[in-house]
Design a protein around this ligand. Structure first.
Ligand code: FAD
Ligand code: E1W
Length: 470
């Protein structure tokens, strides 16, 4: 229920949600000179701190960095990032090995602190002239009046005149719900039967790292897995991905002794590094995972969705934020090109460009879960990876591993997916019945690559200039 008439002038853009995507979009649009207002449900993290002081980190890849660069923030973010050269796989038997992600240090990803990244983006948005409103939760849109209602922490609701509405309010988007009340968005949420839990690994003596810092650690265990990413202070954030029900599952991990026994049995080398396993396990909520599919992202020139609000993904490719940042950059680029005179056309152009790509990364992220859990330590997988590396060396103009296309390049995700399918068929054909690289028929390989793969476009070869490693 609204209590007062709308206050304040009507902005050009009203962004709902000042998370990673909303705050980046505010920077990009405000820098173009647009009047931007940003409404965020939570308090200002610059005053109240973020996420209860927990360190949560994310893998930043080329697409994310490219968007940050456009916002003038690449250097500031990279100064606090930890380089990850590959996945460090901790096998059941205790064997540990680094599998490089790319060919060299121009093909790496970066562990960044979510809270600090958000702060940097909020500061930049304000500096660019965006108006930020915290403790303002979108509760209602009056489509006829063109106003929104926002609830404060005291429960009081205020109305504001809305500009073009952009929903960056995450997977549980309130703007999406308000749009769905007046139009069929073709929404479908496909829950994953697995959830996640974060556990903290503290720094060693003198801020040292108790695991190799420059890697993404993975303990793949077929039906579940643990991962850990480094923070610059020597700590790591670990995340357990596990079935919600069944054995083993979160539903069975109900007391301290069971949790400890599970960790000690499954992750004997990691468990002693978790300082307060039981505390973390029972204090931190179990996160839910799933894929959100929408047929429509926009409402007749009034409102548009992006980031998780439009396409929540499962996290197994580390691309949710990267994709959301790419959305924000694509939208800002279209605003620059088309202007705001015909918002329906602007929103339609945005959805036409981005939706096929978001759909593609959503599918690839789902596939990667299976790969991560039970393929990274499998001999057939390793042979195919080795063949792929050799094919790239022999045919760099046509063959690039799908992981590299997704993670290091700016090739649209849909094209990365399509090329990945063609490449997988070639790898299948070459690897079948072969035990090692020495047995591969390289002339057949050359023929298949020439026939099945067109030359890669320039966007696939795009790389960042080497940044300073931490
Ligand atoms: P959010 O970050 O969810 O931000 C939404 C914002 O909107 C929040 O600030 C929220 O408070 C606000 N909000 C919500 N409702 C309202 C309302 N009614 N009114 C006003 N404000 C509102 N991505 C990667 O690229 N790399 C990774 O390594 C990676 N790892 C991940 C690991 C896990 C376990 C998970 C779950 C996700 C991971 N992701 C990763 C995905 C990434 O977290 C998301 O894609 C990203 O946070 C999406 O940003 P967003 O701004 O769209 O949404
Ligand atoms: C990355 C949460 C998260 C983030 C990630 C990745 C994974 C598994 C997860 C995918 C990957 C970086 N991945 N890593 N190794 N092989 N594939 O590349 O971000 Cl669970």
């Amino acid at each position: 229920m609204t209590t007062a008439p709308p206050d304040g002038p009507r902005p050009d853009f009203t962004i709902v949600g000042a998370g990673l995507v909303g705050s980046l979009l505010a920077v990009l649009l405000a820098r173009q000179g647009h009047r931007v207002e940003l409404f965020e449900r939570r308090g200002d993290p610059r005053r109240s701190g973020y996420e209860g002081g927990r360190s949560i980190n994310l893998a930043m890849a080329a697409r994310g960095l490219r968007a940050l660069e456009a916002a003038g923030l690449r250097e500031a973010v990279m100064a606090q990032a930890v380089m990850m050269r590959g996945r460090m796989v901790h096998e059941r038997g205790g064997a540990v090995g680094l599998q490089r992600y790319g060919r060299d240090d121009s093909e790496v990803i970066w562990s960044v602190h979510r809270g600090r990244l958000n702060l940097a983006l909020l500061d930049a948005a304000e500096a660019a002239g965006a108006r930020l409103h915290f403790d303002r939760r979108l509760v209602e849109v009056d489509w006829d009046a063109g106003s929104i209602a926002l609830a404060g922490p005291d429960g009081e609701t205020r109305r504001h005149p809305a500009g073009l509405l952009v929903g960056c309010d995450g997977a549980g988007s309130a703007l999406r719900a308000a749009m769905a009340a007046v139009a069929d968005l073709g929404e479908r949420f496909a829950p994953l039967d697995h959830g996640y839990k974060e556990v903290a690994i503290g720094p060693g003596p003198g801020g040292s790292f108790r695991l190799e810092p420059n890697a993404l650690h993975i303990w793949p265990r077929d039906a579940f897995m643990l991962i850990a990413l480094a923070n610059i202070d020597g700590s790591f954030t670990g995340t357990l991905f596990l079935a919600s029900e069944g054995e083993p599952g979160f539903s069975g991990l109900t007391d301290a002794a069971t949790v400890r026994a599970f960790f000690e049995r499954e992750f004997p080398d990691a468990t002693p590094l978790v300082d307060d396993l039981e505390g973390d396990f029972f204090r931190h909520p179990t996160g839910l995972l799933g894929t959100l599919w929408l047929e429509r992202w926009h409402l007749a020139g009034r409102a548009v969705l992006m980031g998780d609000a439009a396409h929540a993904l499962v996290p197994f490719h580390g691309q949710g934020m990267n994709c959301g940042f790419e959305d924000a950059l694509a939208f800002a680029t279209l605003v620059e090109r088309l202007g705001t005179g015909d918002p329906a056309a602007l929103f339609a152009a945005f959805a036409a460009e981005r939706k096929p790509n978001a759909d593609a990364i959503a599918r690839m992220a789902l596939e990667n879960y299976v790969e991560m859990r039970d393929r990274v330590d499998d001999p057939d997988f390793k042979l195919k990876q080795a063949i792929a590396a050799e094919l790239q060396r022999r045919h760099p103009d046509r063959f690039m591993p799908r992981y590299a296309l997704v993670t290091f390049s700016a090739l649209p995700y849909a094209q990365a997916e399509a090329r990945g399918i063609a490449q997988a068929a070639i790898l299948d054909r070459l690897a079948t019945g072969r035990a090692d690289l020495g047995a591969i028929d390289w002339s057949l390989a050359a023929e298949l690559v020439g026939r099945e793969l067109s030359p890669l476009p320039a966007s696939a070869h795009w790389r960042f200039p080497q940044a300073l490693p931490t």
